[in-house]
Write a protein that binds this ligand. Sequence first.
Ligand SMILES: CC(C)(COP(=O)(O)OP(=O)(O)OC[C@H]1O[C@@H](n2cnc3c(N)ncnc32)[C@H](O)[C@@H]1OP(=O)(O)O)[C@@H](O)C(=O)NCCC(=O)NCCS
Length: 152
Amino acid sequence: MANLNDVHYTVIVATTPVQPMPDATQLPHDRHPTIRLIPMPADTNAAGDIFGGWIMSQVDIAGSIVASRRAKTRVVTVAVNEFLFREPVFVGDIVSCYAEVIRVGRTSLTVFVEVYAERNVHAELCIKVTQATLTYVALDKHGKPRPVATDT
Ligand SMILES: CC(C)(COP(=O)(O)OP(=O)(O)OC[C@H]1O[C@@H](n2cnc3c(N)ncnc32)[C@H](O)[C@@H]1OP(=O)(O)O)[C@@H](O)C(=O)NCCC(=O)NCCS
């Protein structure tokens, strides 16, 4: 029978290749999200990630809120100038859209939207997943472009 003092242990440390991690960040502290929501399984694409069209829809809604508030009237989306999907969004992420009017034209307003996903609230892992620039047009009650007041 082996004496316990004669037993030697070999410790094997398994090293897994380091996967490139998206840059963790923090939610902006100096402003409130325009909208915040959690995608559901029905919002996924065939691969199981959140469908890009779902994200575009939320971004468009967030942009229209700040554009409409600034124009003090209803707006329609006339153009999506830029849309960048930097990282995927997953079911259960807490998705926050931060929208800001960055330009006011005669009847149009350009809005920059940043989207953050909190993957794990307990670990506070937050990732910027999307950014977009969209243009809205202020409309009068006849549905025609209407000048945006210059005051804020
Ligand atoms: C938006 C709409 C009312 C504009 O009508 P229009 O007769 O083309 O209006 P104008 O040519 O006078 O353009 C209005 C403004 O939009 C801007 N604009 C028009 N096309 C643009 C484009 N591709 N990119 C950025 N801005 C654009 C113009 O520069 C102008 O801005 P300004 O007044 O600040 O200079 C009309 O195109 C429309 O109803 N589109 C459908 C909107 C829609 O259904 N959206 C999806 C659902 S919300």
